[in-house]
Design a protein around this ligand. Sequence first.
Ligand code: ATP
Length: 243
Amino acid sequence: MSIDYKPAVHFNHVSYTIGENQILRSITGSFPEGRITTLVGPSGAGKTTLLKLCNGLLSPTMGELYVQGQLIESYEPTELRRLVGIALQSAPMISGTVYDNLALPMVLQSKKFSKEAGRRLLRDVGLEEEFLQRKINDLSGGQRQKVSIARTLVNQPNILLLDEITSSLDRTSQKEIEELIVAINRKYGTTIIWITHNLQQALEIGYFTWVMMDGEVVETGRSELLKSPATDKARNFIKGGAV
Ligand SMILES: Nc1ncnc2c1ncn2[C@@H]1O[C@H](COP(=O)(O)OP(=O)(O)OP(=O)(O)O)[C@@H](O)[C@H]1O
């Protein structure tokens, strides 16, 4: 990947092992600041594991990992959570209202969260203000995912990690979420690292792409590589997914 870009996250020979099982093998590379990078690869390639390393949910077994130029171990856990947000496919929520869920990150830090702040976040994700008092269980999958994204924005993260956030949504909701993420990236300059199984989405939304297989990064570069990969491994994977 080009060295013209400042890395938001940098991996230097990072490995991750569980027992005898090497999940990630000496990963080296960067996620450029202020850009959308997509992570693609077959199931079990290690994409989610790599994402969890970026916000300290997991720690490397070997190698160094830098977030905004600083070794990840040097951050206070709460500081790191504020800096790096994560949204998951399952969008886990507490029961109660949308407001209760949006306020959660602040409540956990013993901070106040105003209704106005809640309404502002809803506007950011394209939901009407009246959603603030809605019960979480009454929301559609797409609306729920928007609330999940809004909740990650409470801490105004510089880096946002997304794990398959559109895979269970219909085409319309999927498009809405894609547009929303692009808008967040543009408005706040948020660095986005996005795992997706949808190669068309990776091509359209991602500025950069990492192709992963068997715990390794087999190819990285501008997302156009998905149309004409340079390596056999990436080519074989993409053939199966047909961009
Ligand atoms: N806690 C764990 N214990 C044992 N093996 C694990 C654990 N977590 C992940 N693995 C293994 O590590 C490998 C990579 O998993 P990971 O979830 O990172 O892959 P992935 O590329 O995100 O896959 P998917 O696209 O299916 O989500 C898999 O073989 C998985 O079985």
